[in-house]
Structure formats: C-alpha cells, structure tokens
Ligand binder design. Sequence first.
Ligand code: G3I
Length: 344
Amino acid sequence: ATSLKEVFKNDFLIGTAINTQQIEEKDTASDRLIKQQFNAVTPENIMKAEIIQPGWDKYNFDLADKLVAYAKKNNLKVNAHNLIWHSQLPSFMRHMQDADSVRKYFVNHINTVAAHYDGKVYSWDVVNEALNEDGTLRKSIFLQKLGDDYVVEAFRLAQKASPHSKLYYNDYNIEQPQKRAGAIALIKKIKAAGVRIDGVGIQGHWRYDKVPMKDIEESIKEFSTLGIEVMFTELDLSVLPNPWDNATADVSATAAGNAKMNPYANGLPDSVAQMQAKAYADLFQLFLKYKKSVSRVTFWGVNDGQSWLNGWPIRGRTNYPLLFDRNFQPKPAFYRVIATAKSV
Ligand code: G3I
C-alpha cells in the first residue's frame, strides 16, 4: 500500500497523535494504519500533567511507558507532549495560591518527567500555548506565580533533565503575525539566555477553506531564520462551521437539533472532500518547498472518527478533518497529498 512515511522519507517525519486504545493494540485497524503510514507519534493526552502526575508525590508512568515501548517496537519517534501547559493540570495544582508551591511543582514535574524519558523519547514539547493572540504571555498560573522568565526556566530545567531529547515550543495560531512576533521574541529570549531550544511547533488546526497559506509560508521563513526546526504538530482541517462565525449558533447545545452546525451528519459530500483534498495538497506543496526547514508534519489523530473535532467546540458533531475516514480508508485528501510527493 502507498504510504505517507515512504513518500516523504527524504523530506520530513510524518506523525500522528495516538491514545490508549492504539497503544494496547486493541484497535487493530488503527494499529495497522499507524505501522503502515507513520514514523512519528505524539501522545494526544497520556503524557499531560493531570495524567502523569496525579498527586504531589505520585507519578503514573504506566501508560506513557507503554506508549514508548510501542513506539520503539514499531520504529516511531516519540514527540512527548507536554511538560508545561496551563490546561489539563493535576487537580491539586489548579487553584494553588502560594508561589513557592507552584515553583516546587514546576521544578519537580519537569525534573522527574523529563528525566524519566531522557534517551527514550525523541523530543519534548517543553512549553505549550504560553502566548495570547496579541503575542504577549498568557496570564497562566505559571506567569502569575513565577513571572516572565518561566518559559526560559522550563527549557533550562528540561535541557538539564533530558539532555538527549530535542526541546520544542508548541502553540496554535503562531503563524498569525502578532502571535508569531511574540513567539519569535520568546525563542530569541531563550537563546539569549544560553538555553537550548531546537524547534517550534505550529499546531495547524485550520478550516479547510481558510488555511492561512501566506502567513504559514512567512512563518516557515521567519522561524527557520532563527536556526531552529519548524514543525506542523497537530494538523487537521475541519469541514464544519465555527460557532463564532455564526451568530445564530447555540454552542451550549449538542449537535442534535442544531443541524445547521452539523451539516454532514450523514456523510461528507464529495464536493467538500475534494476541496479539503485540494487544501491539504496546497499545504504539502508548501511543506515540500521548504523541506529543508520543515522537519515533521503530525496529524492530530489517525482517522476522522477519532478526532477531537467531533467534540469541540460543539459536542456531538460529525467532523471529517483527517486523511483517513471512519472505516480507516484513505480519503481524496490522502491521494492528493501522496501525489504532491510524486510531483516534485
Ligand atoms: O478519558 C476521560 C474520561 O475518562 C472522562 O470520563 C471524560 C469526561 O470529561 O474525559 C475523558 O478525557 C478527555 C480526554 O480528552 C480524552 O478523551 C478530556 O475530558 C478532554 O478534555 C480531553 O480533550 C483533549 C484536549 O486536548 C484537552 O487535553 C483532546 O482529546 C486533545 O485532542 C486536545 O489536544 C490539544 C493539545 O493537547 C494542545 N493543542 C490543542 C489540542 C486540541 O485542543
């Protein structure tokens, strides 16, 4: 069978997000596709702080260790996701008031988790989503309690605890000019402190008809000028309307009874599948144009049925954002993406 990892093997890594059911090899159809198509994986949820550190002195590495073993067995590079993020924090952390305790959590979490996987994972998303849309630092518990330098400090600790892993900053919308400028300033600050940062991940959650191609191209150029890898780390192209673009949408409702916001519950029309395929092909043409700068492209899920976009920002919708359909069959987008590799 044609495979993504095969056709792009001289260009960039091809990854997917995975979850427990695939690691435990209970989901044989996913398992088969992962082995056939990908050479990199990112845990969609199981390395997040709330799962990996459920209590002050309690770490739960079981699932994540299984993932690392599964990846090793199947020649998949692991991008560990993530060390420091304001979301999905352990419950004991969420409303912590005292700065010393926040610092203690911050230092211990990075030291313990990064050290546990040193030499076992290829890379870490050290800090995830630290920026606001205007490029300033998000007012997270870390910014509030630890101050402006916490991002640099996170990289410094990770570098020491995990010297053999690559260290990345990961965020969404950082292809947008203002937020991109904030990311560039942050990366320069880390470097100026003499701390290692190896790459930047542009998440890539876009709508199929609104992919910001010019901003993406500009971002690849500007980020790679900093001497770091550029990656697309959570790629998916939603085909559903966004509630914020639609004044009459009821976001609190489930999709049932809200047909306008869930138009393809009975299947994706071929015309939309073709437009999505074109959008994916345009993106991959661009990635290939900059293959010296782009080191990895990771899809956020294996197939449409498993995507987080079926549940966000409205629950219970039927979305089709990936290259494989609910029956694990390649979609038009898959064939168009493969064709880009053959056209250059
Ligand atoms: O597994 C539990 C289940 O036991 C529980 O009953 C249920 C009730 O809420 O929750 C289940 O966990 C959910 C988990 O996904 C697994 O399905 C969480 O609630 C839900 O919040 C979580 O959503 C994830 C989200 O991050 C928040 O961590 C999505 O799957 C995941 O795709 C998404 O990924 C993020 C990246 O990490 C960072 N960038 C944005 C991206 C999309 O939001």
